[in-house]
Design a protein around this ligand. Structure first.
Ligand code: ZN
Length: 658
């Protein structure tokens, strides 16, 4: 381990930003802390330790799910990286190090957000030479791997969602093998049809790879004894230990999860989820399984992820107030009364402190969780919504002092409000979005909820965001003691429209459209609001010294506009008005003004703030007295490279090809 992180910051900056431990390409790496861990009970600390080991043990799975040669490539790069004896300052080695860091961040060789394959900045010849010199052992021919890395046209996109394309045949993801989109759709439609009117339908295809071999199409299920069995065995090994120390209901919940990993039966997974969603009382909680379907262009297959967490007591009081008032919010929503829910149910609101991230949530992480995804379970038993406070806090800390506000926020009064209320307003926005927004409203009779097709995710996110934006500025928020004044909403409104109509474009390559659902939703809301407020000059573009700024002139009117937008988006959802939804998205959410895009990127990159972030996990250590565990200690490593090499050495259980 020769090279220390390629930090670009000066010592002075590092002193100001100890939260950032590494930076490369468009990425910054942040460490997060686990406040109050020391004050948990010994039993909970041990439970967290075992669940954390389980979370780390499935790391290889997500690499393999993202692309069939990812594990082979990662191992080859790590082998060369650790046994290289040449000059480590040489541009080829430095470029390979950057590539490897990007690969760890994305759990593969495709960008985690744009899905495009990384372009290596080291040469094919140099890499090929090192491969031989360092004695890389591989089940796959060297030439095949060189092609995978260096041939731009091969495996170019992990997840292709382009209109008119065969999204399965053209995606490099490893959820399907040898199949076309038509074949996959036919396979699952048949399966869904055969199930008929099952009131509790499983999520078909969720935990398997669909394969076509010798003309036969079949599923290879992720389970012990099946696909990814070697890693799942280790996951279960730690879950067994966790079960030993867990109290009810966690003990039974972990038992159900173990049963599912052994059987691979999605009915078992549902049984686990039903028990899991009902448990809102335990201090320690976790996600561990094949969960989110964003990586599959058709949305059947889930990536493996894990999160271990415990309750953030203080912040929980905040969301309890929100959920206690859920019915009031629903009854006063500015939507058509026919589309309000008469009785709001199934809301459980909780703020958590993350203790460990694994699989698809590491190193890039969500800031909220709303699970399970099964529709019938959500309907019958509700869902668990949580926001992750310590992760949000780490993001905030890492963003401070980067000169961002000075560059993009014109007025000092806005900057001051963002500084004072930024965290509170973001937290409340997330709480309102997750705890109330998604669960609010109802469909008109005859609407099934599937009408909005490819536009549904962006419209649904817009609905939840608008709910949050509208209520953040309500007097009710002051009345129930969540905010001191309307200034909190002002801070959020100013930063929201600036981000949606401007600064978020820094994350998109020039010439490309906005594709990601959350980004589309923010652009939609912001640009549509600018349009709606035009006649009253509610939001204004101001040019100063050749730079563009967005300024909100009338915050109360903007709030009214958010209400109008919410009303319309709710109508579109309730009535399943595909054409209206499509028109809004296509008009406001997709195309970026090219001049503005260029300007934003130039100004943003001049600040040297990377648009994407990843996390470094904390580490836990058992303190023993003889063979008795007397404590668990947490520490915060500050070296991204060491953490990944450590994981690859100690938590890598799959063969290179699966
Ligand atoms: Zn959402």
């Amino acid at each position: 381990m020769g090279i220390i992180a390629m930090a670009l910051t000066s010592c002075k900056e590092q002193a100001e930003q100890p939260w950032i431990v590494d930076r490369f390409d468009d990425i910054k790496i942040i460490r997060y802390e686990v406040p109050e861990f020391e004050n948990q009970s010994l039993n909970d600390k041990i439970l967290i330790y075992y669940l954390a080991e389980a979370a780390k043990s499935g790391r290889d799975i997500i690499f393999d799910q993202n692309f069939k040669y990812n594990l082979t490539i990662r191992r080859a790069l790590e082998k060369i990286y650790t046994s290289y004896e040449g000059n480590k300052e040489c541009p080829q080695f430095v470029a390979m190090e950057k590539y490897l860091k990007k690969m760890w961040l994305a759990n593969g060789i495709h960008h985690h957000y744009s899905n495009d394959k990384f372009k290596p900045e080291f040469s094919r010849e140099w890499f090929s030479e090192q491969w031989d010199k360092c004695g890389v052992e591989s089940q796959v021919e060297k030439e095949t791997i060189l092609e995978a890395i260096f041939n731009e046209n091969l495996y170019a996109v992990r997840l292709n969602q382009a209109k008119g394309a065969d999204v399965i045949a053209t995606s490099a993801g490893n959820y399907y093998s040898g199949l076309t989109q038509k074949e996959v759709e036919k396979f699952y439609n048949k399966m869904i049809k055969r199930a008929g009117n099952d009131p509790c339908p499983i999520m078909y295809g969720l935990n398997s790879r669909l394969v076509k071999e010798n003309g036969k199409i079949f599923e290879r299920t992720y389970k012990i004894g099946g696909l990814y069995g070697e890693a799942l065995e280790r996951v279960v090994y730690w879950l067994e230990k966790a079960k030993e120390v867990a109290e009810e209901p966690n003990k039974s919940i972990i038992e159900l999860l173990i049963k599912y990993y052994k059987s691979g039966d999605l009915r078992d997974f549902d049984a686990f989820n039903v028990a899991w969603v009902k448990n809102t009382d335990s201090n320690v909680d976790f996600v561990n399984g094949f969960t989110e379907v964003y990586g599959d262009p058709l949305g059947y297959k889930a990536s493996w992820e894990a999160i271990v967490n415990f309750r953030d007591q203080k912040a929980c009081e905040r969301t309890k107030i929100i959920s206690d008032n859920a019915q009031w919010f629903e009854d006063h929503s500015p939507i058509n009364p026919a589309y309000r829910k008469e009785v709001v149910k199934g809301i459980s609101a909780k703020v958590i402190t993350v203790a460990m991230l694994g699989g698809d949530t590491y190193p890039t992480t969500p800031i909220g969780i709303n699970l399970p995804n099964s529709d019938w379970i959500r309907k019958e038993h509700g869902s668990k919504s949580v926001t992750i406070d310590n992760i949000t806090y780490a993001y905030k800390k890492a963003a401070q002092g980067g000169g961002f506000a000075e560059e993009f926020v014109l007025r000092e009064e806005d900057r001051a409000r963002m500084k004072e209320y930024g965290k509170l307003s973001d937290d409340l926005h997330t709480d309102l979005h997750e705890c109330l927004g998604h669960g609010s409203g109802q469909l008109a009779p005859g609407t099934t909820g599937t009408e909005l097709g490819v536009y549904s995710s962006a419209l649904e996110e817009a609905r939840a965001d608008l709910f949050a934006l509208y209520y953040l500025g309500d007097d009710k928020m002051v009345e129930i003691g969540l905010v001191p004044s309307f200034d909190v909403a002002k801070a959020q409104y100013a930063s929201y429209v600036m981000n949606g109509a401007m600064t978020q474009f820094s994350r998109i390559e020039l010439g490309k459209d906005v594709e990601q659902a959350h980004m589309r939703n923010r652009k939609l809301i912001s640009e549509w609001a600018i349009e709606l407020g035009k006649k009253d000059n509610v939001i204004e573009w101001v040019v100063k010294d050749g730079k563009r700024y967005l300024v909100v002139n009338d915050f109360q009117k903007l709030r009214t506009i958010f209400g109008e937008q919410l009303r319309e988006i709710q109508r579109i959802k309730s009535e399943g008005d595909f054409e209206a939804g499509k028109a809004l998205i296509e008009k406001y959410a997709v195309k970026i003004d090219q001049d503005l895009h260029k300007e934003v990127r130039e100004r943003y990159y001049a600040l040297n703030i990377e648009p994407y972030s990843g996390m470094v996990n904390p580490e836990y250590e058992l303190v023993m007295e003889g063979d008795k565990i007397v404590d668990v200690k947490v520490s915060y490593p500050a070296n991204y490279i060491e953490q990944h090499l450590h994981y690859s050495k100690n938590y890598s259980f799959l063969p290179s090809l699966n």
